[in-house]
Design a protein around this ligand. Sequence first.
Ligand code: DUC
Ligand code: ZN
Ligand code: ZN
Length: 478
Amino acid sequence: MATTLITGGTVVSSTGRAPADVLIDGERIVGVLEPGSRLLGTDVAASVDRVIDATGKYVIPGGIDAHTHMELPFGGTAAIDTFETGTRAAAWGGTTSIIDFAVQRYGERVQDGLAAWHEKAAGNCAIDYGFHQIVGGVDDDSLAAMRSLPDEGVSSFKLFMAYPGVFYSDDAQVLKAMQVSRDTGMLTMMHAENGPAIDVLAQQLVDQGKTDPYYHGIARAWEMEEEATHRAIMLAKLTGAPLYVVHVSAKQAVEQLAWARDKGQNVYGETCPQYLYLSLEEQLGAKSDEWGSFEGAKWVCSTPLRSREEGHQDAMWQALRTNDLQMVSTDHCPFCMKDQKELGVGDFRKIPNGIGSIEHRMDLMYQGVVTGEITLERWVELTSTTPARMFGLYGRKGVIQPGADADVVVYDPNGHTSIGMGKTHHMNMDHSAWEGFEIDGHVDTVLSRGKVIVDDNAYLGAKGDGRFLKRGLSQYLI
Ligand code: DUC
Ligand code: ZN
Ligand code: ZN
């Protein structure tokens, strides 16, 4: 087994930073050493197979993106990244583990949905991967099947209070699924938006000829998110289920989470880079020669972008600082403009919902360090350590310590890049939702279980490097 020493860098954890060398033996970290240490009288750097010079750089645990959708079927099409292309792009961006969502729909068996996701992913991933289970059809069979998920290493499931007729669960179904969550310890993940009310508002807008992408965000008003978040919290309280609300974008939804957390409830939430950086106003103004006012379709996602004037983005940053929100995932759900987003020309309801960001999450969140929104330590916590703890991976992932998998990123705070169109990313999209974003710093070197998979602008990984992660129950609950 090859030995590696990452030397000269500043190791950053969720609790501090210090100059240290990281010693790796095979797939594991075996030591975090004083810089220039000698072991058993020998210079460590001289006795390892490979030395990675991290002088002037940060050495951080590999990113964990706990919310991705490779090949998710949506609105008559499917998210365009496969496990191969999506995990490769993740690696380029310093993410070394993902947790994707296996899908079960009404009338299908949970076991079959999970098996289908194993089939899509096995042998195709560049980095390690786990699954949550979407339960889109809560009934007696699926409720019984859900009880076996923890044995399969799937310790969380997602329900939708949105999308009637597709993934939607009504309150009775949510209640029953949460009872399984309480009994098993599985985390209930919630898409908290009032779908039936949104569908009425969306129909009324289309009837008035308001069909542009911008109206997606008008139909999906923040009140719909606040209301559903509150309802989910109350159902979780009643049942005793631990609750994790995905893709939080409304400041009022955060207030609901904070209110429940202050009462000691096991309630958590994530936000995503799009809710920190992008806004409804910019979506309204988005125009291009090619797409006209349909350009805003590149930012159609659910929950939707929110108004900057109303202060949602600032509230998300604040919640990340105060731990009212605990982590940042991408909700990576990429669709091309051509043939996919354009399904919704003339009717925003038909635009597939999703943005691709898996490659940019670590960089985008690092900009929060640059601008002083978050500390370096909080950057690591939000993008790696808490995702590991929240989803039962901590110890193996999310930390640089002896015994942990050698998933390590060397991040160079120097340098500057501008995100451009398709050519400057490795995601399988014909555009970038992040076009024009200026990024300070960059990912230099990425190790996945000890193997260097990205180094100095070269991809050295291979499909099949990634293994399935059997996850335990959440290590974050109170
Ligand atoms: N919710 C998600 O989490 N991802 C894509 C679409 C959606 O509504
Ligand atoms: Zn969702
Ligand atoms: Zn999602």
